[in-house]
Design a protein around this ligand. Structure first.
Ligand SMILES: [Zn+2]
Length: 109
């Protein structure tokens, strides 16, 4: 009987499989010079919606929005001419009081 221990087979990759690319310049691949198909036009970026002003300053005509979450007794000033146009509470009155130096402008959508 042959008691000679057989050499243990070490796990190895399949013979013939080369993991590393052989050194050398990469083979040049011919570049197709045919014209690419016409690319579809990228969609136009939608312009931002026009700013809607709820109020207009009477002295200068600048539109502005009321400050959000402002207390009713807070002064509202025109962002353009800095005129004090009224208090936040005045703007919620209907009709607006005469002391209000701003007029309501219709929001156009
Ligand atoms: Zn103003």
């Amino acid at each position: 009987m042959n008691d000679e221990p057989r050499p243990r087979k070490t796990l190895s990759l399949k013979p013939g499989v080369v993991l590393t690319r052989p050194l050398g310049p990469e083979p040049l691949t011919p570049i197709k010079t045919s014209r690419p198909a016409r690319l579809p036009k990228p969609p136009k970026p939608t312009p931002p919606p026009p700013q809607i002003f709820g109020w207009k300053c009477k002295p200068c005509g600048q539109g502005f929005d009321l400050p959000v979450d402002a207390p009713e007794d807070q002064d509202v000033r025109c962002p353009s001419c800095n005129a004090r146009v009224g208090k936040v509470g005045d703007f919620s009155m209907d009709p607006p009081p005469n002391r209000l130096r701003a007029r309501r402008v219709k929001a156009e959508l």
